[in-house]
Every structure is written in C-alpha cells, then in structure tokens.
Write a protein that binds this ligand. Structure first.
Ligand SMILES: Cc1ncc(COP(=O)(O)O)c(C=O)c1O
Length: 342
C-alpha cells in the first residue's frame, strides 16, 4: 500500500520536468556572482514580490535568520506572534545566533492587532529595544491562516509608527495569494524584508529567498556567507525553484480544494473534531480520539502519514500538496475512517 503523506508540503519529489530543468541548468560559481540561473531566479522573485532585490538561500530558516541579523543588534527584541515559526522551529536562532530577545504576542491564529503592536513596543532604557516586527503569512501554527491584507497593512503601519523594521515570514505566501486572488506583492511590498520558500507548496526540492531593498540584500549576502549558506554551482537547485515559480504557483488552489474536501470528510467521522470553516489554504488541523503520537502510528498503519499541529495533545496536522491528488484524498478518507473506527 502506497502511503498517502500529509505530514507536510515539504515532502514532495521534483516532477520529471523540474528534474530536466535542473539537469540542464546553466551554472557558474555563485560566490563569484557567476551563476546565471540563480541570478534569474533572484530577479524573478524580487519582481514578483514588488521589492528591489533577492538572495537565494538554502532554507526558509536561513532566510528568516538573515532577516533578524539584518534588522537587529545584540539585546534587541523581536515582536511576533508567540506561535510564530521563528520562535518555535528555528532551533533557538533568534537568541543563539543574534542575541535577540523574543517578544511573543498572543495572536489570533497568528494574526495580531495594531493596538497589540503599539502597546508592546518598549521605549525606556531599562527594557530591551523593540526593533523588529515579524509577521507570518500563511501562519503555520495558525493552521494555514491567511493575513487579510487590510489587517496586515494596519499592523505594519503600527509597527512603522513605532520605529520597527518589518519582516514577513512568507514561507507559504503564494498560498495566501492563491487563496485570496491578491498578488503576493501586495503583502511583501509593505515589508522591509520578506522570506519565501520554493520547497513547500511550490514543490522544489531545495531553496528559499530573502527579498528586500538593494542595501538589505547586499548585507544579506554577507550574512549568508557567515552562516555557511553561500554555495557554488547553485543553479542546479535554483533551476528547480525557478521551475516551481513558473509552473506551480497557479496550481496551489488545487491543494486548497483538496484540504477543504479532506476537512469536510473528516468532519463526518465520529470522534474527529475539525472546524472546516477554518481551512483557508493547504492545512487541516483535526482533533482525533487518541493522543497525537498514538494516532499518527494508527493512521500510519492504515497508510496515512500525518503530523502534529503542535497546538494540542490530540491535534493532528494534515497538509495537502503537489503529490496528493483528488483521488488520494478520497482514498485517504476511506483509510482514516477505517483507522478511527478500528
Ligand atoms: C512558516 C514557516 N517559516 C519558515 C519555515 C522554514 O523553512 P525551512 O524548513 O526551509 O527551513 C517553515 C518550514 O516549515 C515554515 O512553515
């Protein structure tokens, strides 16, 4: 039985066309600035996000960490939703790499309010200096929640008024764009730096970008080198990312249809609790009758792989992606029903 893998949208394999593009990529030594494919990708993503320049980096974590290094100094504070990826899943980089203090705010599925930001900013010399506001769209621990553009704009304005730099962790920004019909640039162009991933819903095997002003990206190049993220004939993997950007953005909407169908099917199962109205993009959070690890093992035995949302002892995360078809969704529902009732 072929397992149906909902653990993450990072588990996809490159398509044959993507592999061909990678095999045939024009390459050069990128540390000498001579890789034409990486250059093309950087120009393309900067243009798509409405910012001046971009830098290809190995991971979303590195893109976020470079942004923190760009904007903050030792002892500064980052304000972000307490459930943000940078606080939970980047191995302590905020403090470990940059000596920066996390200022976690209680968001609503990852969304903050302008008032919260204004109230959180510290101005006295006894406190850390609030320096950076980091927002996440879509929000991972928020269940793939999209930031409504006007709310995003108001929160950014509150941050700017208080003198904060603005970073967007847009690992899944193109999912937000697909879900709303709003171009990704509408959010990104309001920020100082935006991180995007090619290796999530877009289906590339490796790579992310940090995007911002020419000055920020010139300095980001130095920080990438310091972190060991500068690579040589990087065009091989940049070609996968470029292919993803050219061919896999529009199709993200299919993943969202699949996630809604999955949620609707789960909602009909006895003992499974899911609020299908909260499914906006490619993630489904569902409470199952058993603790997460036991449930994962049970589902795996029935050929369905899933993750933990991190948001509760029974909260399972299922993520749809390029390698899950609509017939896989129907088959997964049959298997899950069996697992739940068995
Ligand atoms: C919201 C968010 N930001 C950043 C990242 C980090 O990406 P990477 O795994 O490429 O380091 C992830 C990964 O899942 C993520 O979900």
């Amino acid at each position: 039985m072929r397992p149906i893998d909902f653990r993450s949208d990072t588990v996809t394999k490159p398509t044959p066309a993507m592999r061909r593009a990678m095999a045939e990529a024009d390459v050069g030594d990128d540390i000498y600035g001579e890789d034409p494919t990486a250059r093309r990708l950087e120009e393309r993503i900067a243009e798509k996000l409405g910012l001046q320049a971009a830098l290809f980096v190995p991971s979303g974590t590195q893109a976020n960490q470079i942004a923190i290094g760009l904007h903050c100094r030792l002892g500064d504070e980052i304000l972000a939703d307490a459930n943000s990826h940078i606080f939970h899943y980047e191995s302590g980089g905020v403090s470990g790499l940059w000596g920066v203090q996390p200022g976690g705010l209680p968001g609503e599925r990852g969304l903050l309010t302008p008032e919260q930001v204004t109230a959180a900013v510290r101005t006295d010399f006894i406190s850390p200096r609030s320096r950076l506001l980091s927002l996440e769209n879509t929000h991972n621990r928020g269940g793939g929640k999209v930031w409504p553009l006007e709310r995003f704009r108001a929160v950014v304005e509150a941050g700017r008024k208080a003198g904060l730099a603005i970073h967007l962790d847009g690992a899944r920004l193109f999912n937000a764009a697909a879900a709303t019909g709003t171009p990704a640039s509408a959010w990104a162009s309001l920020t100082d730096t935006t991180a995007v991933c090619f290796s999530k819903g877009l289906g590339a095997p490796v790579g992310s970008a940090i995007v911002g002003s020419k000055e920020h990206i010139a300095e980001a190049r130095r920080l990438r080198k310091r972190l060991g993220g500068a690579m040589r004939q990087v065009g091989i993997i940049a070609a996968g990312a470029l292919h993803a950007l050219e061919h896999h953005v529009e199709r993200l909407a299919e993943d969202h249809v699949h996630a809604r169908r999955l949620a609707a099917g789960l909602a009909e199962m006895p003992g499974v609790k899911v609020d299908a109205s909260q499914v906006e993009t490619n993630m489904v959070f569902a409470d199952f009758p058993l603790p997460v690890q036991e449930m994962q093992a049970k589902l795996a035995a029935h050929g369905v792989l899933c993750g933990s949302s991190g948001m509760g002892p029974r909260s399972v995360r299922l993520v749809t992606h390029l390698d899950v078809s609509s017939s896989d969704i129907e088959e997964a529902l049959v298997r899950i029903r069996r697992a739940v009732s068995g």
